[in-house]
Design a binder for this molecule. Structure first.
Ligand code: 9MR
Length: 768
């Protein structure tokens, strides 16, 4: 944590305490911190001072202003460096420049000057080049004080009346939250787009909301059921953003959340006719400057072969492709589709052929399966071929050797790509998704289904033979680690999918021996890329299989138990969100959505409206009913996220690039603040304190830990959006489907009716 004392301190993380090199850059050398100091290996053979630089950009500088600069520095042998305060880009004008002779013992240096630059793009830097021999530079306690106090970022959150900015289903509950210090209930009114008040009541004071640090009331205006657009909620002279009430309120979101995946595709040109504004050349198809993905070598020491691993989706804002995260994203698309074959409340055909704008549209295969197959084909390519070491395992990931900058279109990525070592987790992700695919594609393409099942079996056996090959947590140069050293849940998930698809006893035997057979599969955060037992449990609970009835009942009961826990949190939270104040983390919005998925499954298997209502209420948080009064989905709501961290959707940095497509969800509030931008914008410069969890978010492209796009986050949104849309206009439930008629032992007909139904026997019409 940074501990800057002066309110007008301009240098961020000048003490290198705990935050590593956050906020600093280097040129001509690597940036490394050790022992809470910057420690730079300066290469030899350079000519001029600016051949090697370390420094910090985005420094606010004012004209005619006194500054004092100080730092502690030393060198492995006596050298002279140049310290500067200057513009960070051309013409690089310096307002202060000083040659500084360094000795081998750390010494504190202190200088004063009057600045004459007027810029937000200032730079404090140390030029270290010009030496024939290499040396080591050590830097600490860097400070530049002067000018206006640090301008703390205060987000715009008005108005204080918070609703789902997208809207509500006519027949669903409608809740809102108001930020107010008023101790007593406030009166409210719902007003139509035409200005007519249609409902009124008084709010419920809820006291301090710990996740935001603000006092709030809640409002229930569920009595308003008349469809319409442009409704607002008025409380104490304040008016909410407008919202709709309609059966179709989630229909566009269902399509857009899924359409996101096409724009993330690797290995294919994105067609402007299908994704207007997002056209780009095919990425990583072996055309320079790309060096992948058609012929990718293994990382040194991993294998002496090369693989064609083209295709799939780019994981997130980076160009990496990770089997582990590809696994859950694919499983959620497959599960979203499979749900429509088992749940009662579904809109027939809503995920069918012709529902997305993708090249495969019109091929008689549901578009969601076409999209998922784009990733599945990539996952299959990541399997180690027969005859190679660890055959049958899946490589953990393929990505750039070093991080690229932003923006960067995929076809322009010049980095070498590498296959990282196989892992047990990746192999089981392949086994699980390929096994699920085998049953879902069977009726559309039996050869593909066979190929998937064979790969799943091979992967399963390979994982059994290599049960503890783990991805390294520090393998994060040029890509994320997705490390995981507990793969019991991956084994359970893969066994579940293989059992459901094949019905074979050994898989059931394996399941019975798993700690998850009776253990909680959902935990406190629902399924995520690292905890996948819930994915298997949901399918055991919902997909017809040879699972004995009592075991299926137990699986269902466990889904309900988890859903009940999450519902309770929703009820306790004044913003109707299934997260407690300490549950916000990297990708928090996906944690919310994954918990909503579990609650949605509970509705599917019970028909209990409380679960349906919980899903819709939680989705309201994502769409604007939150402390930042923001919809986290691009293109949805009056104030929405649109600067997500992405090399492709880098509009914020360069207007020639697009913003993320409508339907892209941002990672969300994350008190971890694991990127320098979020730290710089949100940490209190004088105390180092961070804001309350809901405020730990910035819609800035450089904040990857609060504001990235990612396939596993959009897959969660897609599942929930589809569920929600189904609750609007759907084809069921048809009570007649539930009537069970059988022959009784005593020559009687036994009729079992759904709860609440009765039989009226009419006399037969006389025969003519
Ligand atoms: O979603 C991942 C999150 O759970 C981890 O805490 C974080 C740090 O390891 O990584 C996230 O995943 C990122 C991945 O490593 C690289 N591509 C972007 C992903 C989303 O930020």
């Amino acid at each position: 944590m940074v501990m800057v004392k002066e309110p007008s301190e301009k240098v961020f993380n000048g003490t290198f305490d705990g935050s590593g090199t956050a906020g600093w850059f280097s040129a001509g050398t690597d940036l490394t911190a050790a022992d809470e100091r910057l420690r730079i290996q300066v290469p030899g053979g350079t000519h001029v001072p600016y051949d090697v630089i370390v420094g910090q950009n985005d420094i606010l500088l004012e004209p005619n202003t006194p500054y004092s600069i100080s730092f502690t520095a030393s060198a492995s042998r006596p050298v002279t460096i140049k310290a500067q305060v200057q513009l960070s880009d051309s013409p690089y004008t310096a307002t202060w420049s000083q040659d500084v002779g360094l000795g081998t013992n750390p010494q504190q240096y202190h200088f004063s000057f009057t600045g004459n630059l007027d810029t937000k793009r200032g730079q404090v830097s140390f030029q270290l080049g010009g030496s024939g021999e290499p040396w080591v530079f050590t830097l600490d306690e860097v400070s530049l004080v002067g000018g206006k106090p640090y301008d703390r970022y205060i987000p715009e959150t008005k108005p204080p009346v918070r609703v789902s900015q997208v809207g509500y289903l006519p027949a669903a509950p409608k809740h809102a939250t108001v930020v107010t210090d008023a101790p007593d209930p406030l009166s409210w009114q719902v007003v139509t787009g035409a200005g007519q008040a249609v409902a009124s009541g008084s709010s419920t004071p809820r006291g301090l909301d710990a996740s935001s640090g603000e006092k709030v009331h809640t409002i229930d205006f569920s009595t308003v059921t008349e469809p319409g657009t442009g409704y607002t909620l008025r409380v104490g002279g304040q008016e909410s953003f407008p919202f709709d009430i309609a059966e179709s309120v989630y229909d566009r979101l269902r399509r857009d959340a899924l359409q996101f995946f096409y724009a993330q595709r690797s290995g294919i040109a994105i067609d402007n006719a299908l994704a207007p504004g997002y056209a780009r050349a095919a990425g990583h198809v072996g055309v320079p400057p790309n060096l992948g993905d058609t012929d990718v070598p293994c990382q040194p020491g991993t294998g002496d072969y090369r693989l064609d691993v083209r295709g799939g989706w780019y994981d997130a804002g980076d160009h990496g492709k990770y089997v582990v995260n590809g696994g859950i994203a694919t499983a959620q698309l497959l599960g979203q589709f499979e749900r429509t074959t088992t749940a009662k409340v579904v809109t027939k055909g809503a995920l069918g052929d012709g529902t997305l704008d993708i090249p495969e549209r019109g091929n008689k295969v549901p578009d969601i399966l076409d999209e998922a197959r784009w990733e599945l084909e990539f996952l299959l390519r990541m399997q180690v071929p027969a005859g190679k070491p660890n055959a049958g395992m899946a490589h953990h990931k393929v990505h750039d050797q070093a991080w690229t900058g932003l923006p960067c279109l995929p076809d322009q990525d010049p980095q070498p790509r590498q296959l990282h070592p196989p892992s047990t987790a990746a192999t089981l992700n392949l086994a699980a998704t390929a096994a699920q695919a085998a049953r879902l594609y069977r009726s559309f393409d039996s050869a593909f289904a066979d190929r998937c099942l064979a790969a799943a079996r091979t992967a399963w056996q390979a994982a059994r033979d290599h049960q503890s090959m783990y991805a390294r947590p520090d393998d994060s140069n040029g890509g994320g680690p997705y490390d995981d050293t507990d793969v019991r849940d991956e084994f359970y998930w893969a066994a579940a999918e293989l059992f459901i698809t094949t019905g074979e006893q050994p898989f059931l035997d394996f399941l019975r021996g798993s700690p998850f057979w009776t253990g909680d599969a959902f935990g406190n955060s629902g399924p995520d890329w690292k905890s996948v037992a819930g994915l298997g449990r949901i399918d055991l609970a919902t997909v017809p299989s040879k699972l004995p009835d009592n075991d299926r009942d137990a699986a269902r009961a466990s889904v309900r138990a988890a859903a009940d826990r999450y519902l309770k949190i929703i009820q306790d939270q004044a913003y109707g969100v299934p997260l407690g104040e300490n549950d916000y983390t990297w990708g928090a919005n996906s944690v919310i959505l994954n918990k909503l998925m579990v609650i949605g499954v509970a509705f599917d298997i019970t028909d209990d409206q409380r679960y349906r209502d919980g899903v819709l209420e939680g989705l309201g948080f994502i769409l604007g009913r939150n402390a930042l009064n923001r919809s986290y989905v691009t293109g949805y709501g009056s104030r929405c996220s649109k600067n997500q961290h992405s090399r492709i959707y880098a509009h914020q940095l360069d207007p020639r690039f697009p913003q993320p497509p409508a339907g892209s969800i941002a990672g969300g509030p994350n008190p971890g603040l694991e990127d320098p931008k979020a730290k710089k914008m949100l940490l209190d410069p004088s105390t180092g304190e961070r804001p309350k969890p809901q405020f730990c978010y910035v819609d800035d492209i450089e904040s990857w830990s609060t504001n990235e796009v990612a396939i596993n986050w959009n897959s969660a949104l897609s599942w929930v959006a589809s569920f929600a849309a189904d609750q609007g206009r759907h084809d069921g439930p048809n009570p007649l489907d539930e009537v069970k008629i059988s022959m009784g032992a005593n020559r009687q007909v036994d009729v079992v009716l759904p709860a609440g139904w009765s039989i009226v026997v009419h006399s037969a019409a006389p025969a003519r």
